[in-house]
Design a protein around this ligand. Structure first.
Ligand code: NAD
Length: 287
C-alpha cells in the first residue's frame, strides 16, 4: 500500500479469534477513500495479553482500537475514562487515545440508533422492545435510553442472559430518564402484549441466522401491528424469517442489522478521525 509512510497512524483491533473480521477492510477502505494517513490492523489478543495490548496503544501512540470478545469487559479497568455508552453497558468496543488518555466507548448501540435515524425513525420519545440481552441487545437498550426513548422493555428467555436483562433495566432506571423493565420470553401473553405496546421491536438474539436460519421468535403475523418498526440485528442472511413474517403482516418498516454494523464502525471512525465514513465506498468493499 503506497499510502503508508513514516507518519502513518495505527489503529488496532484486539480480540481472539479475529482474523475473520471485516473491520480492517471497512476502515482501510475508508482511510484510502478519504486520503487519511491511518492503517487499521487486527491483532489476536485475548485475556492474558490484554494489559500489554493496552500498553502498546500508549507506547506506539496508536490513535485507538476496536475491542471485541473476549476483551470487551476485561478492558474496562485498563482505561482512564468511559463514555456513557460504555458506562451503562459495562463494555467497550472502541478506545480512543487522546495524548495518552484512553477513553472507552460502545458504538454498537450508537450504530443502531444512527441507522434508525437514517431510516427515518428517531428513538426519542418511543417505546422500544428489545429481545436478547447480550453483546447486541444490551447496547441497543442502553443507547435507546441515552437518546431519549421513553420506555424500554428487555425480553429474554430464562437462560443466564436473563440476569443481564435485569441488570441493564436497573441501570437504565438508575442512570437515565427512561423507564425500563424486563419480561421472560417464555411468557407468551406478556410477549404478545409487549409487541402490541411497542413502537419499535428489536430482535437481538441471532435467531434467524445459522444455525437457526429460517426460525423466528415471532411466527404468527397477527402478533405484529402494522405500524410497528421491526429491526433484526442479523445481517446474514439479509432477509430473516422475522422479516418475512413482518412483511407478510403488511409492515412497512422492516430492517436487517447491516446498517447497524456499518454505523457502529462509522461511529468509531468518527471518534478516531473526526470525519464521516464514506459509507457507499465501504459498503461496496464489503459485499
Ligand atoms: P450474545 O450471545 O451475546 O447474546 C444472545 C442473546 O440472545 C442472549 O440474550 C440469549 O439469551 C438470546 N438468545 C440466544 N438464542 C436464543 C433463542 N434461541 N431464543 C431466544 N433467545 C435467544 O450474542 P450477541 O453478540 O448479542 O449477538 C446476537 C445477534 O446480534 C447475532 O445475530 C449477531 O450477529 C447480531 N449482532 C449484530 C450486530 C450488528 O452490528 N448488526 C452487532 C452485534 C451482534
Amino acid at each position: 500500500m503506497t499510502r503508508i509512510d513514516g507518519h502513518t497512524i495505527l489503529i488496532g483491533l484486539m480480540a481472539y479469534p479475529i482474523r475473520h473480521s471485516m473491520s480492517p477492510t471497512m476502515h482501510n477502505t475508508a482511510f484510502e477513500a478519504l486520503g487519511l494517513n491511518y492503517a487499521y490492523l487486527a491483532f489476536d489478543i485475548d485475556g492474558p495479553q490484554l494489559a500489554d495490548g493496552v500498553k502498546a496503544l500508549r507506547t506506539l501512540d496508536m490513535r485507538g482500537a476496536n475491542i471485541s470478545m473476549p476483551n470487551k469487559q476485561a478492558i474496562l479497568p485498563h482505561l482512564d475514562q468511559l463514555d456513557q455508552s460504555a458506562e451503562l453497558t459495562g463494555a467497550v468496543n472502541t478506545v480512543v487515545n487522546d495524548d495518552g488518555v484512553l477513553t472507552g466507548y460502545t458504538t454498537d448501540g450508537i450504530g443502531f440508533v444512527n441507522d434508525m435515524k437514517k431510516k427515518g425513525h428517531d428513538v426519542k420519545g418511543k417505546k422500544v422492545l428489545v429481545v436478547g440481552a447480550g453483546g447486541a441487545g444490551i447496547p441497543i437498550a442502553a443507547q435507546s435510553a441515552i437518546e431519549g426513548a421513553v420506555e424500554i422493555r428487555v425480553a429474554n428467555r430464562q437462560d443466564d442472559h436473563l440476569q443481564n436483562a435485569k441488570d441493564i433495566a436497573q441501570t437504565i432506571n438508575d442512570k437515565t430518564d427512561a423507564v425500563a423493565s424486563t419480561l421472560a420470553l417464555e411468557d407468551e401473553e406478556a410477549f404478545k402484549e409487549a409487541l402490541a405496546w411497542a413502537d419499535i421491536y428489536v430482535d437481538a438474539t441471532g435467531v434467524g441466522m445459522k444455525p437457526l436460519e429460517g426460525k423466528s421468535l415471532v411466527e404468527n403475523p397477527t402478533w405484529l401491528k402494522k405500524d410497528l418498526v421491526v429491526y433484526d440485528t442479523v445481517y446474514a442472511p439479509r432477509t430473516t424469517k422475522l422479516m418475512e413474517v413482518a412483511k407478510d403482516a403488511g409492515l412497512q418498516a422492516v430492517y436487517n442489522g447491516l446498517g447497524m454494523m456499518i454505523e457502529q464502525g462509522a461511529a468509531a471512525f468518527k471518534l478516531w478521525t473526526g470525519q464521516d465514513m464514506p459509507i457507499d465506498k465501504v459498503e461496496a468493499a464489503m459485499v
